[in-house]
Ligand binder design. Structure first.
Ligand code: MN
Length: 247
């Protein structure tokens, strides 16, 4: 049985600007869920549709901040790691999805909101006392989220409360078109969004790939791979050249 192919976005290594990197945990989580990871380098936006050919789903990974100009704001002094090429590329991939499911993680969730016309809180310590960037405990559940009943995320996680890790200093502010907020931390910070316009789109602000040895976090990847598998079956088998008749 063929595995659905999950395109995974990468980024330029901070300490090696000519290298593209992707966290191994994303790759491993997709494999464990039954998908076949295909890591995409950052390319020029016109190549997005072609880059997604043969992919059945997309995983938009975490990383540095999105350029605030993308959502009409001036940069806060704490904004870091901006890469306009990556922003443009990932926005082009989302625009080229054509019905494929997409999972956004951390920066990826924020990118899905910006792609839909939404905005971000640029620096959470300005607006909340709750610690959302706890890098020392990146594989621990450092705060809880409250999940919206009857949401897709509720079905995915199988419960209305979940403990999560938290490595972000930004979050969704004004919601983009076609999206709903489906989880919040106890301080009100948006922790997950999903599409309510028929798209297969889920964005989580935490890092399930670092918690993928346990439920309910493993289920986030199971959702993506299952939705991609529906797409794979719909697309049918790849076209193979017929063998020339013998003789
Ligand atoms: Mn958080």
């Amino acid at each position: 049985m063929a595995r659905p192919r999950i395109a995974i976005t990468s980024c330029t290594a901070a300490d090696a600007p000519t290298s593209e990197v992707v966290g191994r945990e994303y790759v491993d989580a997709v494999v464990a869920a039954g998908g076949l990871p295909v890591v995409l380098p950052v390319l020029e936006p016109p190549l997005a549709a072609e880059a997604l050919e043969g992919a059945h789903g997309l995983l938009v990974t975490g990383g540095g901040d999105i350029d605030p100009h993308r959502y009409g704001a001036e940069a806060h002094p704490e904004v870091y790691g901006v890469d306009p090429r990556r922003d443009a590329w990932e926005l082009a991939l989302v625009a080229a999805l054509g019905g494929r499911p997409v999972l956004g993680i951390c920066r990826g969730a924020q990118l899905l909101n910006v792609a839909a016309g939404g905005t971000l809180v640029q620096h959470l310590p300005d607006v909340t006392e709750l610690v959302h960037r706890d890098r020392e405990r990146d594989r621990e559940e450092v705060h809880e989220v409250e999940v919206e009943p009857a949401s897709r995320l509720h079905a995915v996680l199988g419960g209305l409360r979940a403990g999560v890790n938290s490595l972000h200093h930004q979050a969704v502010d004004r919601l983009g078109d076609g999206l709903a907020i489906v989880a919040r931390a106890d301080d009100g910070t948006v922790e997950a969004v999903e599409a309510v316009d028929g798209r297969q789109l889920l964005g989580v602000q935490w890092h399930p790939e670092l918690l993928a040895d346990r439920e309910p976090h493993r289920s986030v990847f199971a959702w993506l791979v299952a939705a991609a598998d529906v797409r794979r079956v719909h697309d049918g088998p790849p076209v193979v050249m017929a063998e020339a008749p013998a003789g």
